[in-house]
Design a protein around this ligand. Structure first.
Ligand code: ATP
Ligand code: MG
Length: 185
């Protein structure tokens, strides 16, 4: 059987928002990373508020080789019970991540960029709306941009091309089942 590989007549970068309270936003973005690598595209992933807790994608993307440039920043989820760091420190981390985004984006190297949990970072005031809109303004026309996290800002949704809201129907944590490797982290 012959395999068809479609080529769009016009290639253009898309802005994708993955939000909602259900499970599957970050992992959906990682699914698109996997696809993009299949197309030999260069990918940059920057995670917010996640530098303190190991998740499988940190090493998983290494198996994809040099096509993926991966950074996990921050010190955990700001405001969650037990997180010892003050808001100012979380904000400083997120502001540093913005600089990293600027640097990576202006390098022109990437065809896909994932900003994981940036929607939460905005909701929690670790970054400002104009800073996120500035990223959208500066996005190279051909670069796809994915923004994940709960509580996506209406203006960001307004500005994007594709948005999905992942709705929780059930979640294992409600049955007191601990997070499981491969599924939850
Ligand atoms: P995933 O990373 O699995 O794709 P997600 O990005 O859609 O999930 P987040 O809100 O970023 O969801 O949650 C990150 C992790 O925390 C996931 O592993 C998810 O299963 C787990 N999780 C989500 N909601 C809760 C909750 N209320 N309590 C505990 N763990 C949760
Ligand atoms: Mg997530």
């Amino acid at each position: 059987m012959e395999i068809t590989k479609l080529e769009p007549e016009k290639k253009q970068g898309l802005v994708v928002v993955l939000t909602g309270n259900g499970k599957g936003k970050t992992t959906s973005s990682m699914g698109m990373v996997l696809r993009a690598v299949g197309h030999n595209m260069r990918v940059c992933v920057i995670q917010f508020m996640k530098g303190d807790l190991y998740s499988g994608e940190w090493d998983g993307v290494k198996l994809l080789g040099d096509l993926v440039d991966f950074s996990s920043t921050g010190k955990g989820f700001c405001g969650i019970q037990g997180n010892p760091y003050p808001h100012s420190e979380h904000r400083k981390n997120a502001q540093d991540a913005l600089q990293l985004i600027d640097q990576k984006m202006s390098s022109g190297r990437f065809e896909l960029m994932v900003l994981d949990e940036i929607n939460n970072a905005l909701e929690l005031k670790l970054v400002d709306l104009d800073q996120v809109l500035n990223i959208l303004d500066k996005r190279p026309e051909q670069m796809h941009l994915i923004l994940t996290g709960r509580d996506a800002h209406p203006e960001v949704i307004e500005r994007c091309d594709t948005a999905s809201r992942v709705e929780e129907i059930k979640h294992a944590y409600r049955k007191d089942i601990e997070p499981q490797p491969g599924i939850d982290y």
